[in-house]
Design a protein around this ligand. Structure first.
Ligand code: 4NP
Length: 147
């Protein structure tokens, strides 16, 4: 896998993808790589990440408080090389906007063959579980870039 610009995508862009954005950004050393996140829905456009995501990130030394939610747009297929979605529903919603095979091929589940479950309606513990899963996946992607 060659390095490229990465977009992390979930539903609201306030819980999971801001964590993925912050974690991946923190791990990437090449400043030319663009890392961003977006939601398939526009419910929370302009909002900062959920306090529970901000808290678990801060506990790991990552500040995501400056992020602002935005909706995924079709032009994201032009700017990003890798579009990592958190669950199958995100995958369907993003793929629905793909214009061609090239767009289609950019879309991957972050965990490969499993979902990062939506922690929004649960408690804080869910955010810790999600953080760990996302962190591991981000580390694996960077490992693959080196090979
Ligand atoms: P996210 O979590 O997709 O990880 O940001 C959610 C945030 C908000 C809602 C659902 C999921 N919501 O229904 O408002």
């Amino acid at each position: 896998m060659v390095p490229g610009n990465v977009l992390m995508v979930c539903l609201g862009n306030i819980c999971r993808s801001p964590l993925a954005h912050g974690i991946f950004q923190d791990l990437v050393t090449d400043r030319n790589i663009i890392v961003d996140s977006a939601g398939t829905a526009n419910y929370h456009t302009g909002a900062a990440p959920d306090p529970r995501s901000r808290e678990i990130a801060a506990q790991h030394g990552i500040d995501i408080s400056q992020q602002q939610a935005r909706q995924f747009v079709v032009e994201d297929f032009d700017q990003f090389d890798y579009i990592y979605v958190m669950d199958y529903s995100n995958q369907q919603n993003v793929l629905r906007l793909a214009r061609n095979d090239q767009d289609h091929a950019k879309v991957h589940l972050l965990l490969g063959n499993a979902e990062v479950e939506d922690p929004y309606y649960g408690g804080k513990e869910g955010f810790a579980v999600v953080f760990n899963k996302i962190q591991k996946a981000c580390q694996q992607i960077l490992e693959q870039w080196k090979n």
